[in-house]
Design a protein around this ligand. Structure first.
Ligand code: UD1
Length: 417
């Protein structure tokens, strides 16, 4: 397994750019299954998760090619309506294929995703909503077996704004008869981007980015040509890197509005952030001030930024309280940050972070994607050498992270253990 060796304490200076969004690319790639012909997605990051989804689509019979920054998916011939356990287990977003398979072919057999390191993550909201559209579901041997004589639009109210559930239903409802209303829908920028791609396929969607989405189903859709939105979580991770060590760090290609909750917290922590369209320049003059935060669905503070902001708070001048409300087990980075000299105590869904003067380099273990990013950020400011093990988690979600950070002054070596 690969690891990073980081020599801490180097300032980050210069320009770093943001890649295309992983979390938008995945559902948009899945949406290609709705249409005969070749869809083209521009700017999908070259990442393990994107490749895994490509493998799943190819397993079902789609032609999947990557040419430079273009990902081409030809879903004309789909001969397997199945997503096997091995592909869904490693990446929960694979479960999304159930929607388009049902909508276009009337049947699907998709493995339940199972748990993951950060929580149980069930798919009950997806299933309840697909049933409301007229799917018959049967769970057996760990698989959801679904069929329908034709999906019909319905009014659905999610129990809470699930990102994947909203995406699954938007895709499925695109080929349903009549209109589907999704209440309490997720409002994330990735949902808006998926709606744009579906719009390019000929599906009329109203209200994307609000809590009430209306999808006007249609008989037939065409393939899309779509430029994916930039990755707001990668953008946010670089903003935190700038707040920790920017002298100054300019981030290119992010959308500041997509990280408004984070930008607000970073400014309160003492970072100086100047936004000029797609350029965000971050620096910090004085001490890091503690800020409390509570994760929430968009536009609240993203759970995917919690570990990174916690890394910043470990060296704040005071005590901060971080409350996680989206996932029940998303503090696995805490013991690892404590190994670097942080002083964090977890009490249920709350982490109380007592800022320390300095972190000291050590060996730590990455446990999930965003936790790993938090550890890398901590390593960038820890005294001496930090080794972050199991960085395959990072490879799932950050395109060329080490190279990008090295180009702005970080000292990171990737090596095989
Ligand atoms: C997506 C993101 C992930 C992010 C999360 C929350 C992708 C590929 N992943 O994940 O990075 O952390 O949004 O912003 O876009 N839940 C249920 N039943 C369901 C669906 C979800 O109980 O049917 C629970 C989950 O266990 C979790 C919470 O709801 O605790 C949020 O899940 P959801 O919003 O669906 O997140 P994902 O789409 O899995």
């Amino acid at each position: 397994m690969d690891a990073f060796r980081i020599q801490g304490g180097r300032p980050l200076r210069g320009e770093i750019s943001v890649s295309g969004s992983k979390n938008a690319s995945l559902p948009i790639m899945v949406a290609a299954l709705l249409a005969e012909g070749e869809s083209v997605l521009f700017g999908a990051p070259d990442l393990v998760d994107v490749r895994t989804l490509g493998q799943l689509l190819a397993h079902m019979g789609a032609g999947v090619r990557r040419e430079g920054r273009e990902t081409k998916i030809d879903a004309t011939r789909i001969d397997k309506h199945e997503a096997p356990y091995d592909l869904v287990r490693t990446m929960r977003a694979s479960f999304l294929v159930i929607g388009p398979l049902l909508a276009r072919f009337g049947r699907a057999r998709v493995s339940l995703p199972g748990g993951c390191a950060i929580g149980a993550r069930p798919v009950d909201q997806h299933l309840k909503a697909l049933e409301a559209l007229g799917a018959t579901l049967h769970i057996s041997h760990g698989y959801v077996e679904a069929e329908t004589k034709g999906l019909c639009g319905a009014e659905i109210t999610f129990d809470f704004p699930t990102v994947g559930g909203t995406e699954n239903l938007m895709i499925a409802a695109s080929l349903a008869k009549g209109q589907t209303v999704l209440n309490n829908a997720a409002c994330e920028p990735e949902i808006v981007d998926l709606a744009l791609a579906l719009g390019e396929m000929g599906v009329r969607i109203e209200g994307a980015g609000t809590e009430r989405l209306v999808v006007h189903g249609t008989d037939k859709v065409r393939p899309y040509r779509h430029q994916v939105v930039c990755d707001r979580i990668e953008f946010g991770t670089f903003l935190v890197a700038g707040a920790l060590a920017g002298e100054p760090l300019t981030i290119l290609g992010g959308v500041a509005d997509h990280q408004a909750a984070l930008v607000d917290k970073l400014k309160k922590s003492g970072a100086d952030i100047a936004i000029d369209g797609p350029r965000a320049t971050v620096t910090r003059a004085g001490a890091i001030r503690p800020v409390d935060l509570r994760t929430a669905p968009y536009p609240g503070f993203p759970t995917d930024m919690q570990a990174q902001l916690m890394a910043l708070m470990t060296v704040a001048d005071g005590v901060s309280v971080i409350t996680e409300t989206i996932f029940e087990n998303r503090f696995m980075h805490v013991p690892e940050l404590n190994r670097l000299g942080a002083d964090i105590r977890v009490d249920g869904g709350k982490a109380v972070v007592h800022g320390v003067k300095t972190l000291s380099g050590s060996t730590v273990m990455a446990t999930d994607l965003r936790a790993s990013a938090g550890l890398v950020l901590a390593g960038l400011v820890a005294e001496g050498e930090t080794v972050v093990r199991r960085i395959y988690h990072l490879d799932r979600g950050y395109e060329h992270l080490a190279d990008k950070l090295i180009a702005v002054g970080a000292n990171i070596q990737r090596f095989r253990e």
